[in-house]
Design a binder for this molecule. Structure first.
Ligand code: NAD
Length: 708
């Protein structure tokens, strides 16, 4: 009856099979097809029961997000209406959940009378990640069918749950044994229902039992997620919707859900989070690389250097079941590195995240080595040795001599020139930057540095590998600090300069965390190590020597041996995990400012934001104009996934677009004129920012002519 939905009558059972690649998304065409097929089944006297199934690998991926913001999203039949129609059906309806059922797809299944699920299927309501709440009855039906605690967990976390974890909660009626053919089992199950005179099961008849949850459950839940959801609007809306399900009739609850959904839709937060959703998808489209380029197979990995980064990088591959060789100079260094990895796994086991057997399975995938002779089988080698060009060149020349042809040779350098590292080998086309973030086994970002001669195939392989180990990749070009650290530089510079001008570390960090950053820049510097920042500055002193105030307080802290958290003192004093303001730092800043002739004054939170955040946006504009990044949304992904920029603001470039580039430009120009000589040196608006502001355009619209 339609090319996206197959309608068939199997005996007394009408089977509606969704069949639209890749995920049966519920755009207006699919909604119409289901609606029409459903009406046909209801009208057909031969039909005793209806099955909704899928021919794709997923049951249904949910709403068609490309319709968001267009009239199509709510065009009739709307998804809430369709779900209500299914629920009101006079014939029993069975959802045959063969695979993932997400968002609207899950809500469609919840509206059915019965749910049969494949044991490998998963159910999830991820709308919260798009700044929304489930809007097709999910918040009202899930607490009724299962229980409010589970509904809160699933709806507020947005994380899909395997059906095996949903056994016995009332949500799934039947999970067949794996070896049975799923469609046949569903058919048999439905026939049995019909012959047993199956009852219709409407959620309108189910009330959440008041004694199925404790009086303080909602407040306890709010407290438990407060830190994680700070600044986000949608999670609280989700909680309110589940609360409504516990006290209202289904009809009133659905009306409340619609009201809460509407309050989320068309907000800057929803736009920001949806922007990031699309950003992740576009990040893998690389200008100039044809879709036909095939990735190389990566079945075995080696990591050089078993320090902070090397160990974390190795864990990513082990966690994905890929055998990994870890190489260091000495047996002692190697043993230290291996012990850290083992300890990390053991801590996970103590926390119940894995079994002790899993720990041993992971460790069995790891081969320690001190010899380059052991690298012959590796398909990918990632170097994570000291940040020193001579050391890196020696390592790459050894890799060139020992690795098989076609092996991808990657560096985890944070700042060094990848073209120069590649030139130390006779195969620069196989060399690429894979910039992981610390802790490398936790942080989702992977900056993939495409050097001048990197082969397209190697870039495509890196993108595929990133996905396979659960990273969010962004491909960038070669420059000092690549994208993330280059944008970090003006941000850190201004934080340090603001100290000299009279703001305290607490005041600076508070303004920035209230803006939404996970951490303030001075606390972050203490965490990363003041010594680390100092050594990076040392490597490029010549470029910054013209500015005597440049990060001078941080340099002085370094000279005092105050490296941050690791020494218990830095920009703050640390008492265990407690961070305390240090009057000595304030005195140091005041005395240094006096010596440099910098007047101290009251500084507003707004000025702190404009000077730190707007200047990192300005650097982003230079990066776009130079073509170091292909698109503004890649810079957003990098800052959200690697630097704690609030996802609900969509990343720095999207945030700038939201508040208007004219406003960003005006603030930069204001500081340029107000900060005298310092302002003239550092507050130069990027030409691209000026151009887009003058044209009334956004970073999101900009395409570098090189990549058009
Ligand atoms: P680290 O000092 O903790 O570890 C370096 C390891 O490399 C040591 O175990 C050392 O013994 C080993 N090593 C040194 N020379 C070697 C050689 N020739 N062959 C084999 N092993 C050798 O350093 P790290 O913090 O893990 O940094 C490693 C790299 O990762 C650097 O390039 C750094 O810039 C980059 N990086 C670090 C971070 C971070 O936050 N630490 C973040 C991103 C990138």
């Amino acid at each position: 009856m339609s090319d996206i939905l197959e309608y068939a009558l199997h005996g007394h059972i009408a089977v509606l099979t969704l069949n639209q690649a890749p995920v049966n998304s519920l755009g207006v065409a699919m909604r119409t097809a289901i609606d029409e097929a459903f009406s046909q089944a209801l009208a057909d006297e031969r039909v005793a029961a209806i099955v909704i199934s899928s021919k794709q690998a997923l049951f249904c991926g949910g709403a068609d997000i490309s319709e968001f913001g267009s009239p199509k999203a709510f065009a009739s039949p709307s998804l809430p209406d369709l779900c209500n129609k299914i629920e009101a059906s006079t014939k029993p309806v069975v959802a045959a959940i063969n695979g993932m059922a997400l968002g609207g797809g899950c809500e469609l299944a919840l509206a059915c009378d019965y749910r049969v699920a494949h044991s490998k299927a998963r159910l999830g309501l991820p709308e919260v990640h798009l700044g929304l709440i489930p809007g097709a009855g999910g918040t009202q039906r899930l607490p009724r069918l299962a229980n409010p605690q589970l509904a809160l967990e699933m709806i507020v976390s947005g994380k899909p749950k395997p059906v095996t974890a949903l056994r016995g909660c009332g949500l799934i009626d039947f999970i067949p044994e794996q070896e049975q053919a799923f469609d046949d089992t569903v058919q048999a199950y439905t026939e049995q229902l019909v012959s047993d005179g199956a009852v219709l099961k409407s959620c309108a008849e189910i009330r959440v039992e008041p004694n199925s949850f404790s009086a303080g459950m909602f407040d306890d839940f709010r407290a438990s997620i407060a830190r994680k959801t700070r600044g986000f609007f949608a999670p609280e809306q989700c909680i309110k919707a589940v609360e409504a399900a516990c006290s209202l009739t289904l009809e009133a609850g659905l009306a409340k859900e619609a009201e809460l959904f509407k309050a989320c839709m068309d907000t800057p937060q929803a736009r920001a989070q949806q922007h990031l959703f699309f950003a992740e998808r576009s990040a893998t489209k690389i200008p100039g690389i044809k879709a036909s380029v095939e990735p190389r197979s990566i079945k075995s990995v080696a990591v050089i250097g078993s320090g902070t980064m090397g160990g974390g990088i190795a864990m990513n591959f082990i966690n994905s079941g890929i055998p990994t060789t870890l190489l260091d100079l000495s047996a002692e260094a190697l043993e230290r590195g291996i012990n850290v990895i083992r300890r990390n796994y053991e801590i996970s086991a103590q926390k119940g995240r894995m079994s002790t057997d899993d720990v041993e399975c992971c460790m069995a995938l790891l081969t320690p080595s001190t010899s380059y002779d052991d690298l012959g089988q590796a398909d990918l080698v990632i170097e994570a040795v000291f940040e020193n060009m001579d050391v890196k060149k020696k390592v790459f020349s050894a890799l060139d001599a020992n690795c098989k042809p076609g092996c991808i040779l990657a560096t985890n350098t944070s700042t060094l020139n990848v073209n120069e590292i590649a030139a130390a080998t006779g195969r620069p086309e196989d060399v690429i930057g894979l910039h992981f973030f610390s802790p490398a086994n936790v942080m989702r970002l992977l900056e993939i540095v495409r050097a001048e001669k990197t082969a397209d195939e190697v870039v495509v392989s890196a993108l595929k590998m990133a996905k396979s180990i659960g990273k969010v990749p962004a491909v960038v070009g070669v420059c000092f600090g690549f994208v993330g650290n280059r944008m970090l530089e003006p941000y850190g510079r201004e934080a340090s300069r603001l100290l000299l001008e009279g703001a305290s570390p607490t005041q600076i960090d508070k303004a920035i965390t209230e803006f939404g950053m996970a951490m303030g820049p001075l606390a972050m510097s203490d965490l990363a190590g003041i010594d680390v920042g100092y050594l990076v500055r040392e490597s490029r002193r010549e470029e910054i020597a013209h500015e005597p105030s440049y990060q001078i307080v941080q340099d002085k802290l370094y000279e005092l041996g105050r490296y941050g958290q690791k020494t218990g003192r830095g920009n703050y004093i640390y008492d265990g995990r407690k961070q305390i303001e240090d009057p000595e730092v304030i005195d140091l800043a005041r005395d240094t400012a006096a010596a440099l002739g910098i007047a101290q004054r009251e500084i507003s939170a707004q000025e702190i934001i404009e000077r730190t955040i707007y200047m990192l946006i300005n650097e982003g504009a230079y990066i776009l104009e130079e073509g170091i990044s292909y698109r503004a949304s890649d810079c957003d992904l990098i800052w959200v996934n690697g630097y704690g920029f609030p996802a609900w603001r969509g990343g720095p470039m999207h945030f700038a677009d939201e508040i208007g580039l004219q406003n960003i430009l005006a603030a930069i120009e204001k500081h340029r004129s107000q900060l005298g000589e310092y302002g003239e040196k550092w507050f130069t608006p990027a030409p691209l920012l000026k151009q887009l502001a003058a044209e009334g355009k956004t970073f999101g619209e900009y395409i570098n002519p090189k990549y058009a």
